[in-house]
Ligand binder design. Structure first.
Ligand code: NDP
Ligand code: PYC
Length: 344
């Protein structure tokens, strides 16, 4: 990490202190301790891994969401084992993260027994990156896919009006002693949080991320936020995003991004909808040939790294090591804003 002497525009904060600061802000805002702990943990993980669009930057937005009349600050998730391979976790209009935590051991048990398990989280306010949940699966030796809608901010390919969410999809593959293969990205060209960070930093965005309200390409982050974002990969990202709307929406009896936006009614809380996670047990699905299958997967990864092509999450893992050693470098403006939330 570049620790510059006399850098008054940033503050160095230890990772543990990030967690305690985030936790205290959330508790001050009225979130129950049970809800607050996993939210603070995931925000800290985002800052630690230098995923700035989903780290401490999210904290003021979380406070706004907690104040929303539709949010339930002391929500207690209700976990139901719907079938041998299906778990429904009703987040009861709290954050998604406590519902995930409460369902995790049940999902693990079912996945080991059946080979696959679907976790449907319903009625959850959702603001977080998906890779912490995916890493929880890979730590248990499971492969997994996660996806969620958001708010309708993104135009479908060929259109100019927002319909789709930024709809992230994440995947993880356990690699034994190696760190897992994990990717996690929005199906919009970039997360909305990243465009908001460009706006805060006064920086232009690349062409291709968004159009203005008349459908013209824009590099102005503020204009992008009031126009329509675009999907990655044209019609391919558009279709993938639509799949996420359907699988993590109507399929599990929950809202699409358009419905989530309407539910919000202009309050500007975090999106409220469902999340779908599918876990796989490589041992059981490998039919007893798991060593051979492990070696096949490793050969695939080696074919990347042998030509210096990086695997997704490599940057994140390197950032994690750096942050654990030196702490994280938080913009002074954000740090001061968070401190002011501690005074409220
Ligand atoms: P990016 O476009 O930066 O893509 C991130 C993913 O791609 C990471 O897995 C990243 O690994 C990998 N990656 C990036 N560059 C390369 C490369 N050159 N080679 C190989 N892999 C690469 O992020 P997004 O803006 O699309 O998404 C950021 C986050 O926002 C995600 O965590 C997502 O879950 C979150 N999000 C959450 C939403 C929600 O509703 N809850 C909505 C939208 C987004 P690495 O991290 O190592 O760079
Ligand atoms: O960055 O697109 C985003 C986002 C939406 C909800 C949470 N993050």
């Amino acid at each position: 990490i570049a620790i510059r002497q006399n850098d008054t525009s940033h503050v160095m904060v230890g990772v543990d202190d990030v967690f305690h600061m985030a936790l205290q802000v959330l508790l001050n805002a009225g979130l129950s301790p049970e809800q607050a702990e996993p939210v603070a943990r995931v925000i800290t993980a985002g800052e630690r891994d230098e995923c700035f669009s989903h780290g401490l930057y999210r904290l003021p937005g979380c406070v706004e969401t907690i104040k929303s009349p539709k949010f339930v600050p002391d929500a207690v998730p209700n976990i139901v084992e719907t079938s041998a391979a299906v778990v429904h976790a009703d987040a009861a209009y709290g954050y998604s993260l406590l519902a995930f935590d409460r369902a995790l051991s049940i999902v693990e048990r079912k996945t080991r027994s059946v080979g696959v398990c679907i976790l449907a989280i319903n009625n959850c306010f959702h603001f977080s990156a998906l890779w912490p949940e995916i890493e929880a699966m890979t730590e248990r030796g499971l492969a997994a896919i996660a996806m969620t809608p958001s708010h309708s901010w993104v135009a479908p390919a060929g259109g100019t009006r927002p319909v789709l969410g930024t709809n992230p999809i994440a995947f993880g593959w356990p690699r034994g002693k190696e760190r897992p293969y994990v990717f996690d990205f929005a199906t919009s060209a970039i997360a909305r949080g990243d465009i908001a960070l460009h706006k805060i930093g006064g920086k232009p965005i690349p062409a291709g991320w968004a159009v203005d309200s008349d459908g013209n390409s824009t590099t102005d982050a503020a204009v992008a936020l009031s126009g329509a974002m675009l999907t990655f990969g044209g019609h391919k990202g558009s279709a993938l995003s639509t799949m996420i709307e359907l699988l993590a929406g109507p399929l599990i009896g929950d809202m699409t991004s358009m419905q989530s936006m309407a539910f919000d009614g202009g309050i500007k809380a975090a999106p409220c909808h469902g999340e779908l996670i599918i876990a796989f047990d490589p041992e059981l699905l490998g039919g007893g040939t798991s060593t051979a299958n492990h070696e096949s997967a490793e050969a695939l990864f080696a074919a990347f790294t042998d030509q210096a092509a990086r695997l997704p999450s490599q940057r994140r893992y390197e950032a994690r090591e750096r942050s654990m050693k030196y702490g994280v470098r938080v913009a002074r403006e954000l740090y001061d804003r968070i401190q002011s939330l501690l005074m409220d």
